[in-house]
Write a protein that binds this ligand. Structure first.
Ligand SMILES: Cc1cc2nc3c(=O)[nH]c(=O)nc-3n(C[C@H](O)[C@H](O)[C@H](O)COP(=O)(O)OP(=O)(O)OC[C@H]3O[C@@H](n4cnc5c(N)ncnc54)[C@H](O)[C@@H]3O)c2cc1C
Length: 406
């Protein structure tokens, strides 16, 4: 008797995911449901973060299958939540899954996915950006609570956030990487003050955040006291993937904008066509590299290779929108409105949904700064992927209190 061939694990997992997608889409297509109801169902069916365990928004299968879900839901024109809560979905959720207790994770994950609770990242300070391990915001223990004092800066979406991922200094007598502790902060706590910072787009997407005797319960600590750097690395590795490692459809995003503008202008100049073709090829190589990286990615925190996608997409976005502005010529010099806005999500579109290329051009300049600058990405790739010698460090094994203030 010959036994039927055993299907490989990926096929079994794909069949399971596909069955869940069909259930979701039958409910979506059969009735008029709100975006929130859709995301609730997506979470309950384990299609929010497919690599997460059952009951936590996942099915415990390979995270690489998330791309398949994304493609299927896009085809069905299902609502997408990512730009509404990018920091919560891309960085908060994976950090919570790895470092929070099961009870706390259960409490936090679903409202992240349904966008009922928006998240922000409270890492950067005036003296701690690229070198985020230099944070000075202090956390001092007081019984079952911690008292927070200090300042953060460039905090995207803090003004609409319920929760913040907060990196603090808890010990100045040890070296800088050893003396940090990580919390999640309820942004509605007394003593939290949020002030807008205006960008060159005119919007104030990010903020300064001040803490004056803010209290956080110890149960909202993620990781051990003094282990904040390890928890922060989980957030940062996921941030790079979330900013540069997504696998969109061919000719979508910035390169899609460029092709559309080129067609609309009916440009016949060979130089424009050659430049567009070159950018298109680079965008496609970047997209295919991201697909390969996501298929190789197993469960767990992404590695330093996430920096490749972040570096390439940041530099490419700037080149693409520069090309668009050159194509459009003087008409790209007009700017619709310079009135300060406080956007509730990260979107380039105007309020009426139309696309604003001048704004996209200005906003793209931030791509090579946010989530770590391109220089820092190159350092990470050089040291951790290519194995080149490390940068000299003058702060190694020196107590934080002995370091010069930057
Ligand atoms: C749009 C936007 C959104 C942001 N959102 C958030 C947020 O939500 N939360 C948050 O915590 N932060 C956020 N940031 C802050 C961001 O992470 C920092 O701006 C970034 O890490 C750089 O830090 P810095 O601005 O202090 O510059 P610095 O670190 O002072 O760097 C200045 C320059 O020196 C270079 N440089 C520094 N160190 C090195 C080195 N070792 N080798 C080579 N070159 C080096 C840098 O590349 C840069 O060109 C955001 C920034 C932007 C632009």
């Amino acid at each position: 008797m010959t036994l039927p061939p055993v299907p490989d694990l990926r096929t079994v997992q794909l069949d399971l995911v596909e069955a869940q997608i069909k259930t979701l889409l039958v409910r979506f297509e059969g009735s008029a449901i709100s975006d929130k109801e859709f995301w609730e169902m997506q979470f309950d069916l384990g299609l929010a973060w497919v690599g997460f365990p059952l009951g936590f928004g996942g099915l415990g299968v390979s995270p690489s299958l998330q791309e398949h879900i994304g493609n299927r839901l896009r085809e069905a024109e299902a609502p997408s939540n990512f730009l509404r809560n990018p920091i919560g979905i891309g960085m908060g959720a994976p950090t919570v899954l790895v470092h929070a207790s099961a009870d706390l994770a259960k409490r936090l994950l679903k409202p992240i996915f349904t966008c009922d609770e928006i998240w922000c990242q409270l890492f950067s300070e005036p003296g701690a950006g690229s070198d985020v391990a230099s944070v000075r915001t202090s956390a001092v223990r007081d019984g079952d609570e911690w008292i927070i004092n200090g300042q953060k800066v460039w905090t995207t979406l803090a003004h609409v956030s319920k929760w913040g991922m907060l990196l603090t200094r808890t010990d100045i007598t040890v070296s800088k990487h050893a003396g940090m502790t990580y919390f999640i902060l309820d942004m509605e706590s007394p003593g939290v003050e949020i002030r807008p910072l205006r960008q060159m787009t005119g919007d104030a997407e990010f903020n300064e955040v001040y803490f004056t005797d803010v209290r956080i319960p110890d149960s909202h600590r993620l990781g051990n006291v003094g282990d904040g750097w390890a928890t922060a690395l989980t957030t940062l590795m996921n941030e790079r993937v979330s900013l540069g490692g997504t696998t969109a459809e061919r000719e979508s995003g910035p390169i899609g904008d460029a092709v559309r503008i080129w067609k609309e202008l009916n440009s016949r100049l060979p130089h424009d066509r050659d430049r567009l073709a070159q950018l298109w090829i680079e965008a496609e190589v970047s997209r295919l590299t991201n697909i390969r990286a996501s298929q190789m990615r197993m469960a767990g925190t992404p590695g330093p290779e996430g920096s490749v996608g972040k570096l390439i997409s940041a530099e490419l976005n700037k080149k693409i929108y520069e090309f668009c502005i050159n194509l459009l010529g003087p008409q790209a010099m007009t700017y619709a409105s310079y009135e300060m806005k406080r956007p509730g999500s990260i979107k380039i579109e105007r309020e009426d949904g139309s696309f604003d290329v001048s704004k996209a051009f200005l906003r793209s300049r931030a791509n090579s700064i946010e989530g770590g600058t391109s220089e820092i990405m190159k350092n990470i790739l050089g040291e951790r992927v290519l194995g080149l010698p490390r940068e000299p460090r003058s702060d190694h094994n020196i107590a934080f209190s002995q370091l010069a203030k930057s």
